[in-house]
Design a binder for this molecule. Structure first.
Ligand code: GLU
Length: 296
């Protein structure tokens, strides 16, 4: 019900924006919680000016990860990543109705940024040196850690060190950091890679694999959705700081995003974003914004 009412408000916000645009004025009046911002608020030629001017943004995220980016019946994704992305968009004067969401599986994240098919990627995207060769990261806005998910009746998997000897069949996603890290613990023949984690969860359910590995908070989303069929095994064994990927070298946009993240933290929007999404399912206390990295 609440959702329906919000949709109705969203529709009128779009109408208001359309009218404002037709009026030819330079101001954008945006509904749905977005703050008024105009291209003239930003340095000429900047990504912020361009996006504010066009009044829309294209954002890459996940569509199958409960708590972070999960596509709803309305076709739009919901989750912590989505809320963070919406907040950044709002600081450009762009309301959520003017966001185009693009499903962005792990393996294509660098490529879609490089090709300019999205303006930013907010998709459980670990900041690391290899990726920094191709994209610039704002953030981090969260720190996860790699973990293992198994069927609830499993007693053999106790952590990554238990996998090789037991011949555990492990599933992960191509192009992800966990899929690389796990090769320190298993033979390649033990590892199955899909494009998205929901396929790993399905394979675990149907006994085609024995464990799924990725970030703890992603796995907790699948555990919560499994009706008791899955559990986490052992502790986290890496650090996965989540960044917002943008075109390499766009330092001004990166700094703008970092400022938005800091504002989200101080205004309480960050905690609210967590509590209304991942915080509903994950057994983790509400985080605070980690220390931001300098933009480069
Ligand atoms: N955070 C890890 C990564 O960026 C795993 C999650 C994912 O694949 O999105 O590779």
């Amino acid at each position: 019900m609440r959702f329906r009412r919000l949709s109705a408000i969203a529709v009128s916000a779009v109408a208001a924006l359309t009218l404002a645009a037709c009026g030819g004025g330079g101001e954008s009046s945006s509904g749905g919680g977005a703050e008024p911002a105009a291209a003239s608020d930003f340095p000429e030629g900047s990504t912020m000016a361009r996006l504010a001017q066009q009044g829309s943004i294209t954002i890459g995220t996940k569509f199958d990860q409960p708590g972070f980016g999960l596509q709803g019946l309305d076709g739009k994704p919901a989750g912590f990543d989505v809320e963070i992305a919406k907040y950044v968009a709002s600081k450009l004067g762009i309301s959520e109705d003017n966001i185009e969401w693009v499903e962005t599986p792990s393996q294509v994240r660098e490529e879609v940024i490089e090709q300019g098919r999205v303006d930013m990627v907010v998709a459980t995207y670990t900041i690391n040196d290899e990726r920094k060769q191709r994209v610039t990261f704002a953030g981090p806005y969260y720190e996860a850690g790699q973990a293992l998910m198994v069927r609830s009746d499993d007693t053999t998997v106790t952590g990554p060190d238990s996998l090789r000897a037991a011949g555990t069949r492990v599933c992960s996603v191509a192009g992800s950091t966990p899929s690389q890290e796990i090769l320190n613990y298993v033979d390649e023949s033990q590892l199955t890679l899909f494009d998205v984690y929901s396929k790993c969860a399905d394979a675990l359910r149907t006994n085609q694999v024995d464990a799924v590995t990725t970030d703890n908070v992603i796995l907790l989303g699948f555990v919560a959705d499994s009706d008791g069929a899955f559990k986490l095994a052992g502790d986290t064994f890496t650090k996965e700081p989540y960044g917002i990927g943008i075109k390499k070298g766009d330092v001004a946009f990166c700094e703008f995003i970092n400022q938005a993240l800091q504002e989200a933290q101080s205004s309480g929007a960050y905690a609210e974003a967590w509590e209304s999404t991942a915080g509903q399912i994950a057994e983790v206390t509400t985080p605070s914004l980690p220390e931001l990295e300098p933009c480069a």
